[in-house]
Structure formats: structure tokens, C-alpha cells
Design a binder for this molecule. Structure first.
Ligand code: HEM
Ligand code: HEM
Length: 199
């Protein structure tokens, strides 16, 4: 299987980035909901869990930038020609929205942590201290409170929007596979044989 995308399927680089980022995002949606709504703030494991959540989120940010760059230099296989115009717009629209979200969610989390007045640092997987965004970290106390409130709101809104989009995206993939019986799911599936059928 080629590292680059071909005319009929995604290559190993795009597939690895897609599935790795998907796994990390789903993990962080679960850990974020758990931390914010289930785990007590005074639980001794709370700090460690938040640090893991932040580290995984920042990893998603770096992988997503890589993924976007890779997409820009490596064209994706065209959608099957049998798809109607509204379906094509929905498919590409979802994908572009996802590219925005996988960068915007971790950025909003980082901006939130950077403007927090608690001063709790972020340790990237316990290896080194991840820097705060300088402009936000240097704001006066009052402005920090306002910003932290705002970025918290963005973070929650973006994360839950991703969860909704994910349900639509998985539904669409299953619809292609089981209803339309085309090769859209297969061409993103590692090891699957793709024949290049047109619908
Ligand atoms: C893949 C990226 C990420 C996803 C999907 C994600 C998702 C979430 C979700 C769903 C919540 C719960 C929101 C709520 O119900 O109130 C949350 C909370 C939080 N996130 Fe993220 N997040 C990501 C990245 C980040 C990053 C990069 C940071 C900081 C560097 C961060 C910091 C936080 C913090 C501090 C909380 C609050 C936890 C608590 O209330 O104890 N997140 N996140
Ligand atoms: C939060 C998790 C996920 C994100 C952020 C995500 C994001 C994306 C993006 C941006 C693309 C477009 C790739 C491109 O053309 O550049 C894509 C394609 C695709 N995704 Fe996901 N995805 C996620 C989870 C899933 C899951 C769980 C499935 C399994 C059913 C899936 C199945 C697919 C398929 C089959 C394609 C190829 C569509 C095509 O050929 O045009 N994705 N995904």
C-alpha cells in the first residue's frame, strides 16, 4: 500500500493520521465529560487525569497541523461519481468542518488553560512543561477571568459539536458501505482491497 493517496484510495499516512486522531479525540471527549461532570475536583487522581487530557489534546493539535499540511500537498481521492450534488456538498462540508474542529478544540483548551487564574501548569505527559500562550498568560487578572470564561465556553461548544458531527460522519460511512455499497469506507480502511469501482 502506498504512503500517498492514490486516485482510488487513501494512503498509509492519511489513514494513520485519520484513525490516530479519531481515537485520541474520542478518548478526550470521554475523559473531558468524565472530568467535568463525574469526577470530584478533590479526587487525588483529578490532577493526573487533567494533565493526560491536556497532553492528549495538544498531541491532537500537532497531529492535526501535520494532517492538514499533508492534505494540502497530497490530493485526496475524488468522491464516487454516483453521488448527488447535495450529498457531495454534505460530505466535503463535514470534512472541512472536521479539519476546523480538530484544530480549534485543542486550541480553545490551550487558550483556556493559558488564561486560567489558577496558574496550574501543563506538563506534557510528565516530560516537560508546555508553555502557555504568552499573550493570554500575560493579561491582567480581570481580563484573564473574562478570557478564561470565554475560552471555556468555546471549548465545551466545539467539543460537543464534534460529538454530533461524529455521529453524522459514522452514519454516513455506514450508509455508504451498507446502503450504497460503494468503496468509501474501504478506501479509508487499512488493508482493505479497493477495486476503484465508480459507485
Ligand atoms: C482533542 C482535543 C480535546 C477534546 C475533544 C476535549 C474535550 C473536552 C470535553 C468534552 C470537556 C468537558 C466539557 C464540559 O462538559 O464542561 C473538556 C474539559 C476540559 N478540557 Fe478539553 N478537550 C481537548 C483538548 C484540550 C486541551 C488541549 C486542553 C488544555 C491544554 C484541555 C483542557 C480542558 C480542561 C482544563 C477541561 C476541564 C476539566 C474539568 O472540568 O475538570 N482540553 N475537554
Ligand atoms: C472524531 C473522529 C473523526 C474525525 C475528526 C474524522 C475526520 C475525517 C476527515 C477530516 C475526513 C476527510 C479526509 C480527507 O478527505 O481529507 C474523514 C474521512 C473519512 N472518515 Fe473520518 N473522522 C473521524 C472518525 C471516523 C470514524 C469513527 C469512522 C468510521 C466509520 C470514519 C470514517 C471515515 C471514512 C470512511 C472517510 C473517507 C471518506 C471519503 O472517502 O471521502 N471516520 N474523516
Amino acid at each position: 500500500m502506498s504512503a500517498k493517496n492514490t486516485a482510488v484510495r487513501y494512503g498509509t499516512v492519511a489513514m494513520t493520521l485519520h484513525w490516530l486522531i479519531a481515537l485520541l479525540i474520542i478518548g478526550n471527549l470521554c475523559s473531558g465529560i468524565f472530568l467535568a461532570n463525574i469526577m470530584d475536583d478533590d479526587n487525588p487522581l483529578h490532577f493526573t487525569f487533567i494533565q493526560m487530557h491536556k497532553s492528549i489534546g495538544l498531541t491532537v493539535l500537532m497531529l492535526s497541523v501535520l494532517r492538514l499540511l499533508w492534505r494540502l500537498v497530497n490530493p485526496v481521492p475524488p468522491l464516487p461519481p454516483g453521488m448527488s450534488l447535495p450529498l457531495r456538498i454534505a460530505a466535503r462540508g463535514t470534512h472541512y468542518l472536521f479539519y476546523f474542529l480538530i484544530i480549534a478544540i485543542p486550541l480553545s483548551g490551550w487558550a483556556w488553560a493559558s488564561s486560567s487564574t489558577t496558574g496550574i501548569p501543563t506538563f506534557y505527559f510528565g516530560l516537560f512543561q508546555w508553555p502557555n500562550i504568552p499573550f493570554l498568560a500575560d493579561l491582567p487578572h480581570g481580563a484573564k477571568i473574562a478570557n478564561s470564561h470565554m475560552f471555556h465556553g468555546y471549548h465545551v461548544y466545539l467539543a460537543y459539536s464534534t460529538a454530533v458531527l461524529l455521529v453524522l460522519h459514522v452514519g454516513a460511512a455506514l450508509y455508504h458501505h451498507y446502503q450504497r455499497r460503494d468503496e468509501v469506507l474501504k478506501r479509508m480502511w487499512p488493508g482493505a482491497r479497493v477495486e476503484g469501482r465508480t459507485s
